[in-house]
Design a binder for this molecule. Sequence first.
Ligand SMILES: NC(=O)C1=CN([C@@H]2O[C@H](COP(=O)(O)OP(=O)(O)OC[C@H]3O[C@@H](n4cnc5c(N)ncnc54)[C@H](O)[C@@H]3O)[C@@H](O)[C@H]2O)C=CC1
Ligand SMILES: O=C(O)[C@H]1O[C@H](OP(=O)(O)OP(=O)(O)OC[C@H]2O[C@@H](n3ccc(=O)[nH]c3=O)[C@H](O)[C@@H]2O)[C@H](O)[C@@H](O)[C@@H]1O
Length: 459
Amino acid sequence: MSIKNICCIGAGYVGGPTMAVIAKNNPHINITIVDINADRIAAWNDSDLSKLPIFEPGLSEIVKATRNKNLFFSTDINTAIDKSEMIFISVNTPTKTYGKGKGMAADLKYIELCARNIAEIAKTDKIVVEKSTLPVRTAEAIKSILDNSGSDVKFDILSNPEFLAEGTAIEDLLNPDRVLIGGESDYAIESLASIYASWVPEDKILRTNVWSSELSKLTANAFLAQRISSINSISEICEHTEANVNEVAKAIGMDSRIGSKFLKASVGFGGSCFQKDILNLVYIAKSYNLNEVADYWEQVIIMNDHQKRRFSDRLIKTLYNTVSGKKISMLGWSFKKDTNDTRESAAIYVADHLLSEQAKISVYDPKVSSRKIQTDLNYLGTRTEEENKEGVECVDSPYDALVDAHAIAIMTEWDEFKTYDWETIYTKMKKPAFIFDGRNLLDKSEMIKIGFEYYSIGQ
Ligand SMILES: NC(=O)C1=CN([C@@H]2O[C@H](COP(=O)(O)OP(=O)(O)OC[C@H]3O[C@@H](n4cnc5c(N)ncnc54)[C@H](O)[C@@H]3O)[C@@H](O)[C@H]2O)C=CC1
Ligand SMILES: O=C(O)[C@H]1O[C@H](OP(=O)(O)OP(=O)(O)OC[C@H]2O[C@@H](n3ccc(=O)[nH]c3=O)[C@H](O)[C@@H]2O)[C@H](O)[C@@H](O)[C@@H]1O
């Protein structure tokens, strides 16, 4: 049986772009992306493509080409489940904020709701695909829920983790390093493989057992994040020894056994997945009593928290040990460039620390709304919403953010920051004018020549 109808539950950063690319390359398949969030679905259906809920280079063009042809966005979850032969589960799997495993385990309540929804509605056989990142052996729980639905519908479970990175999602989806499919049933595996094969070379489609597939996703994120924490740890040594972390990264990256990617020292990694997935791995290790393994991976998070804190400590110390009443301009709020996603962005934690020291913060980000910035700070619960509003202004023009600032903190590596007229900015700031470049984005010697007191990471 070839697949004619696909349903994807979860219209987020993964569900949206992934299904758009599958739809583009499989015009013979109808895909419906469903979500309980009606506002999000309405935004996906907005005729103004600049209002899509997710900013991702190249996404709006693909949505334009496929939407209402073979790609549909809907809140009618049951109908989409009913008519599809294959159902992707692409809902969020955040870190638990309550109960057993609080602050560490993955919260699987949304996954379970999806499984129960599918079990209740399905009248014909279904292939259920785990697209969300899940703890190893989650497929067992999903299967148990589905198989106890009381019907004689046959469910095949596949694990098909997603490796796209935000900001390059479309490029990553169009040219993936690999597509990973874990499963038991050859029929189910080959049904999914054939969908990818419409644009992905066969030798990049990897088949494994379900558990290897689930665990590979957590492992990939843990290894990637570990590289960043490793280079960030070296950045601190550089700052004490006059070694330069960019030079060190280049020198070690040219060793083909190490490789050059993911060695950019920064203010710390953010994003919705690295921290969550490593904590998840740590929790799994602890649940098997593998305490040394748990401690080993937890150190990646500890190092990352240290890097964020170290950045704001250094800023405060350099500004004569106080930022009280001083204007600090933050350039960038998203967790990396080319995305409007702010989840776990280092900027949130740095701003929170500076606010606790009574700084006045002015933020400019090309793609993040002021409402989102306030929501992110309010979510931490450090102070009241009113206090956050008083302490943080969000501006639409970078130059507004910089007038009379005591210091600039570069939090995100947006390309446009490099093109600013830094000489004019210098004249508008309080003197001495400080830059804390959390992304090593600007040219150090140029900034010093203009007159800035310039601080970067690991240099
Ligand atoms: N964001 C990323 O770059 C990547 C994320 N992942 C994984 O993919 C999964 C999804 O992540 P994102 O897309 O970033 O999350 P997201 O939060 O952007 O989207 C998830 C969507 O699922 C919806 N949802 C939750 N429960 C639902 C239910 N019962 N029925 C219908 N809709 C429901 C939510 O309303 C939300 O719109 C996570 O497990 C994540 O770890 C994997 C690779 C990359
Ligand atoms: O599971 C996921 O969600 C995804 O997590 C990451 O993707 P993402 O978090 O979107 O973005 P990354 O490019 O990995 O960046 C994560 C953070 O690390 C930082 N980073 C990245 C690279 C680097 O060298 N240095 C560095 O500080 C980025 O600025 C950002 O804050 C992985 O790269 C994806 O493969 C994975 O699919």
